[in-house]
Ligand binder design. Structure first.
Ligand SMILES: [Zn+2]
Ligand SMILES: [Zn+2]
Length: 213
């Protein structure tokens, strides 16, 4: 008997369906059921997303058990207060972590597709952002609590108003600019600002150099 095919091509010769490489699975799925992976020629990974989800659950279970074990050991040796203090200090030294969790949650619950961006990628983008992409003001990373929302609180923004969030198409701006920009694309927002600038430039010019009149 012939070995079953690992790929099915569409009429244009692109891979339409492929077989999951995991021996316990070996199912054929449409390529969309595989995570994107640029290292593969067809642009998709070798393990289907169902197997990936199972892996993730298994990893988390083991990981949480390890964290709990570590927590108990530290508390036993140094006490609960010490443990809480250490935890707080560790979290404060990495504000991007909590920011990335909240950001991904916010994007997801506003109906955007976040399957193409990981939490770690968002954290990386945050930790590299010192100033607002629009106004160039320094971003306030010290405020990592959701409750306090100052104008220089960093926000991950989609300058092209995409519905799919991708790491190459996002940037970090301050809350002040985010609010002013509203739902506009960056292009629309710049046009909007230029309209205001045109309308008030003479007035502004009059104020700044009154001796010209
Ligand atoms: Zn699979
Ligand atoms: Zn700004």
């Amino acid at each position: 008997m012939d070995k079953p095919l690992d790929f099915e091509l569409d009429k244009d010769g692109n891979v339409a369906r492929k077989r999951c490489r995991r021996p316990s699975c070996r199912e054929m799925f449409p390529v969309e059921e595989f995570p994107r992976d640029r290292r593969n020629k067809d642009g998709y990974g070798s393990i289907c997303r169902f197997c990936r989800t199972k892996d993730m659950r298994k990893w988390r279970k083991g990981h949480l058990a390890r964290i709990e074990k570590n927590r108990e050991a530290v508390i036993k040796e140094h006490g609960e207060e010490y443990f809480e203090k250490q935890k707080r200090e560790w979290e404060e030294s990495r504000p991007w972590r909590r920011w990335s969790i909240r950001t991904r949650e916010r994007l997801y619950s506003s109906g955007l597709d976040v399957s193409k961006i990981t939490r770690a990628e968002i954290e990386g983008i945050g930790s590299a952002a010192e100033v607002c992409g629009i106004c160039n003001q320094r971003l306030d990373w010290t405020d990592s609590t959701a409750a306090k929302k100052g104008p220089d609180t960093p926000i991950l923004d989609l300058p092209y108003s995409d519905t799919v969030v991708e790491s190459e198409r996002v940037w970090v701006i301050c809350r002040g600019c985010y609010t002013a920009k509203g739902g506009r694309t960056l292009q629309e927002y710049v046009a909007y600002c230029m309209g205001i600038s045109d309308r008030f430039s003479e007035w502004l010019h009059g104020i700044s150099t009154p001796e010209d009149d």
